[in-house]
Design a protein around this ligand. Structure first.
Ligand code: CMP
Length: 136
């Protein structure tokens, strides 16, 4: 049965800074994702705090929010059959050290913080995250 989904992807500051935007987008397209909407923006730390609110009790929360707001990012709505899981597979493990060959984080990630991309972790969060960046 068809299960067309949308998910939110972010190309993080470490990857934008290294001019990896087009290479990462190419990986999405080659893996069957359609980029429905995209924009390059820089967000305030307070916006990052709202976006990552699920992590607010974690010890890395402050650094994470400072990092996401430290430079330009590219936010995209990706569409594909089972896009949420498919994107997580293509990104690879959160820590690039654990990511499998052929994944974005294995190829481009520097560290658990500078792991080049973010992707929604569930269909429910994808809706919330897409609305956060593209509600207009
Ligand atoms: P992301 O998928 O954007 O979601 C939250 C981010 O927190 C994660 O990627 C990592 O970059 C970052 N992070 C930093 N430390 C940790 C940690 N110990 N466990 C999970 N995520 C972490």
């Amino acid at each position: 049965m068809s299960n067309l989904e949308r998910t939110l992807s972010i190309i993080k500051p470490d990857a934008v800074e290294r001019n990896l935007e087009n290479e990462i987008k190419k990986m999405f397209i080659e893996n069957g994702f359609k980029i429905i909407k995209e924009k390059k923006i820089q967000i305030e730390k307070s916006e990052a705090e709202t976006f990552y609110k699920v992590h607010e009790t974690k010890p890395f929360y402050n650094d994470l929010c400072a990092y996401l707001s430290s430079g330009p990012i590219v936010v995209m709505i990706l569409e594909k059959e089972n896009a949420v899981l498919g994107n997580r597979d293509l990104m690879g493990a959160t820590n690039p050290k654990d990511a499998k060959d052929g994944t974005i984080r294995k190829k481009y990630g520097i560290s658990i913080d500078k792991n080049s991309v973010h992707g929604s972790d569930s269909v429910e969060n994808a809706k919330i995250e897409i609305d956060f960046f593209f509600r207009d």
